[in-house]
Design a protein around this ligand. Structure first.
Ligand code: CO
Length: 142
């Protein structure tokens, strides 16, 4: 079961342009990582026990590029942190909730992630994320 808001994902055209607002508030970019499989660059800015995740597309067929085309920059998803993503994935399926991936996959920071279809989550794209340190100890393999 999720136990916190891990991060809020925000789609941006450019991390370099978007980060200024957050830095003006006093937040800082902890790390920037490219997730090749998703076609995004990801900047993480710690905010209490949560984070702001800025998502910049690296290619035209990236889901974030599609989002920016349709809706422009703005809030993209909410991520719930969990220590048992397999259990959550199984439970949601059993409840008839549609998830977007056949099984949890490795995302930014080595976390294992799954997404819930917005139509089954009140119009919100919900990400579930289990940090690499918790769970069954399997290596992410990159
Ligand atoms: Co995210």
């Amino acid at each position: 079961m999720p136990t916190k808001i891990d991060h809020i994902g925000i789609a941006v055209h450019s991390i370099e342009e978007a980060r200024g607002f957050y830095e003006a508030l006093g937040l800082h970019v902890e790390e920037i990582e490219e997730v090749e499989s998703e076609g995004v660059r990801v900047a993480m800015l710690p905010l209490g026990e949560s984070r702001i995740e800025l998502l910049e597309p690296t290619r035209g067929d990236s889901p974030i590029a599609t989002f920016l085309e349709k809706r422009g920059p703005g809030m993209h998803h909410v991520c719930f942190g969990t220590a048992d993503i397999e259990g959550d994935d199984t439970k949601l399926r059993a409840e008839g909730v549609r998830v977007l991936r056949p099984e949890p996959t490795v995302g930014a920071g080595g976390s294992r992630v799954q997404f819930v279809h917005p139509k089954d989550a009140g119009g919100v794209l919900v990400e579930l994320s289990e940090p690499p340190a918790s769970g069954n100890g399997q290596e992410s393999g990159g």
